[in-house]
Design a binder for this molecule. Structure first.
Ligand SMILES: [Ca+2]
Ligand SMILES: [Ca+2]
Ligand SMILES: [Ca+2]
Ligand SMILES: [Ca+2]
Length: 510
């Protein structure tokens, strides 16, 4: 799969690759797409963590759309995600198991012996079916698993590699005094979540280590009390973590799990963040790829530093290591957390990551996702007009729409806006206004003169903000661009109320 993508990418642009992610040219699935966001649970980051799920094959894809439990996992197995972006564009994410050593592993569903399912789950008829756990297959085995992950935007069959921002390790099976799970990668680990369902504090240890020789960081959950407690840790990749562009910026990480009985870990990905509009589909589907999140530090110090080249040592699998912190009494009283990080945006609220198209008649599909509403830049004053007369504003040819657009930018930027005056379902160049916006200011006037071709019915406005250097891209109402935000709003044109004198007088008729 990946080799095909790469070779086509290298061979040249414009070659037909796939109809969608993980399909052949006919649009038939070549791999199941089962990685998913959880839909329920107490977890704090259900809309941020894309869980890798395992064990489903093309044969049982329809029965087991979120993974299949108790399936032995092998080198080469993949977990795949596809996010539908409209306009024949898809965000594709693929994780692959690249080696397994020390024992055998299998897919599992966190359930009775875990509380990860109480944080993150997908429930059908009351049962969690989110198969995001990997466990040792034989009790007492210590297994090391290497993974790779890569992502690309499939834009009308052209592959555009995109970097995966981060990685998540969660404890998926209660850990006793000598069991542990670890994960190692090029970045920085922070504990962002801890759920404890025991009434009292319990033993549960957390350890971060760094290898100054290979510059990789390891997180480790260990030395527990076999109680209902589970932690989630996140790593944001360093720039040095990514492979070559022609390899879709593939990055690698590895993990060790040890169970005296069974132990299990769950791996999640922080996918690239996408902001989209929400006008009806005929207006196209603009894409803004942006830095979606930042991680606040967990204030847990790095306890173990290794200069060893031996993987088994720098992966921190030596259970005699000292320096773990007992976090069993914290229960989410931790300082590490994920926060929103967009820096160039419209209005007062930056975009939240969208997980699929939000085309909507009222252009409110993106408004209702996430809190607060991130589509907030179009002034209320210009949301309602009379087709003829209204106090203050109207929608007659030659009148002006003089909108004050608020924004926040850290680099010289540009706002491009359209109003579909002629209501032909297209944002045209003649309906477009462009305004450069400097840093150090927070609002701009955008002025449209209502044309003779205006139709006196409700219509749509689209605003895009991005780097000034990307103006040519932003002038297209449905292009893909890095950074910024897109907002769509509906403009309501109110017809004069047609009054029936009989109805008006109804109350007076005797
Ligand atoms: Ca948006
Ligand atoms: Ca906004
Ligand atoms: Ca909207
Ligand atoms: Ca138009």
């Amino acid at each position: 799969m990946k080799n095909l993508v790469t070779s086509l990418f290298v061979l040249g642009m414009g070659i037909t690759t796939y109809a969608q992610c993980f399909t052949n040219t006919k649009g038939e699935r070549t791999l199941p797409v089962t990685a998913t966001f959880s839909t329920a649970g107490e977890g704090l980051y259900k809309d941020k963590i894309l869980w890798l799920t395992w064990g489903t094959s093309l044969k049982n894809y329809s029965q087991n759309p979120f993974g299949t439990k108790d399936i032995q996992l092998n080198v080469g197995d993949t977990s795949n995600a596809e996010i539908v972006l409209g306009d024949n564009r898809y965000l594709c994410v693929q994780a692959k198991i690249t080696s397994i050593s020390g024992g055998s592993i299998q897919s599992d569903i966190p359930n009775d012996y875990s509380i990860l399912d109480e944080m993150y789950n997908v429930k059908v008829n009351g049962n969690n079916i989110l198969t995001n756990a990997i466990s040792n297959r034989v009790k007492g085995e210590k297994v090391t698993i290497n993974f790779s992950v890569e992502s690309y935007l499939l834009d009308n069959k052209i592959v555009q590699p995109i970097k995966i921002p981060g990685l998540v390790l969660a404890d998926a099976e209660q850990i006793n005094a000598s069991e542990f799970i670890t994960m190692t990668a090029d970045g920085e680990w922070n504990l962002i979540e801890l759920l404890n369902k025991e009434s009292a504090g319990v033993n549960y240890h957390y350890n971060k280590s760094y290898n100054s020789k290979n510059k990789l960081s390891t997180v480790r959950f260990d030395s527990g009390s076999d109680k209902k407690i589970a932690g989630v840790s996140i790593l944001m990749f360093n720039e040095t973590a990514y492979g070559r562009k022609q390899d879709n910026y593939k990055t690698t990480f590895y993990s060790t799990l040890y169970g005296t009985g069974l132990s299990a870990l769950a791996v999640g990905i922080i996918p690239p963040s996408v902001d989209m509009g929400d006008a009806p589909e005929k207006y196209g589907s603009p894409i803004h790829l942006f830095d979606g999140i930042k991680v606040l530090a967990d204030s847990k110090s790095i306890k173990y530093e290794s200069k060893d080249n031996d993987q088994s040592k720098f992966n921190n699998t030596n259970s005699s290591l000292s320096g773990s912190t007992n976090i069993g009494g914290l229960n989410n009283k931790i300082s590490g957390k994920i926060i929103k990080a967009a820096s160039n945006y419209l209005g007062k609220v930056g975009p939240d990551a969208d997980h699929g198209t939000q085309f909507s008649h009222l252009a409110d599909g993106d408004d209702v996702v996430g809190t607060p509403n991130d589509e907030d830049a179009w002034p209320d004053k210009w949301k309602r007009f009379s087709y003829k007369t209204i106090k203050g504003s109207n929608y007659l040819p030659e009148m002006k729409i003089d909108a004050t657009i608020e924004y926040n930018v850290t680099v010289p930027s540009v706002i491009v806006g359209w109003v579909d005056f002629n209501l032909n379902g297209v944002f045209e160049d003649s309906e477009r206004v462009i305004r450069e916006v400097p840093t150090g200011s927070s609002s701009a006037q955008m002025v449209w003169t209502i044309p003779q071709t205006r139709k006196p019915y409700s219509t749509y406005v689209r605003l895009r903000i991005g780097k000034k250097a990307d103006l040519e891209i932003l002038k297209d109402p449905s292009s893909v661009v890095y950074g910024g935000e897109v907002e769509d709003h509906r403009i309501n044109i109110m017809l004069n109320s047609v009054s029936n004198p009989a109805l008006l007088n109804h109350g007076y008729i005797k």
